[in-house]
Write a protein that binds this ligand. Sequence first.
Ligand code: PEP
Length: 257
Amino acid sequence: MNRQLRQTVIAGNWKMNMLTAEAKAFADALAPLVPDYKNWCEVVICAPFVLLPDAAKNFKGMDAGVGAQNMSEHPFGAFTGEICAAQLADIGVSHVIIGHSERREYYGENDCTVNAKVLAALSAGLKPILCVGESLKQRETGVTNDLVSMQVKAALHGVSPDSIRDVIIAYEPVWAIGTGMTATPEDAQSVCAAIRDVLKGIYGEDAAQSITIQYGGSMNDKNAFELLSQPDIDGGLIGGASLKPETFAAIINAANQ
Ligand code: PEP
């Protein structure tokens, strides 16, 4: 990472985990473990929808951001069971994960819906954490950089040069998510650098250098330091290891370099 040029962001993705009391206990335990984190990074907790109002209150003391894990691409209206960007912003949500591979795989999200969601999030003032990444088969076929570049271009279609600075990109190889298999720091760096090249092609060198690109995929307290020391990896999107305050705190502390 390069802290002179861009913000380091450590984000936890709780997925469909935690109950109200556990989430409160997590917030109470995390704060004293990372008292000075604001000196080196931003922290965001992406909680299930029903826990977001409480999370906005519980993490206010430590000034951490609160993110949703999905949202509708539509504004208000007849979309039963959905939640729109303005409703998230209204309860103090600052970020939203968009295009997570579990959404793409289990809920049929594609590059078009992901693009619509990114645009909808930005127009409501939310910061999208845009997830891209290849499957194992795609990696083995040698198309990783082409595929990820295409995902980034499609997802950012119509995003203005002014808005791009509010987008965080998370490179998450699908085969590394929740599997305990992590990309090597060199491989993760190489794809993150390719993503920055795509951003440079669309928005120019200055903007590309200012955009936060995270790595996600079995990042934990043991491997975080090395991954985060790569020049184009500006943070992490962390699933399993974000569920325990101690391991999540260790990752936040590993970003202090
Ligand atoms: C994720 O859900 O985005 C993720 C990276 O999960 P894990 O850290 O558990 O692999």
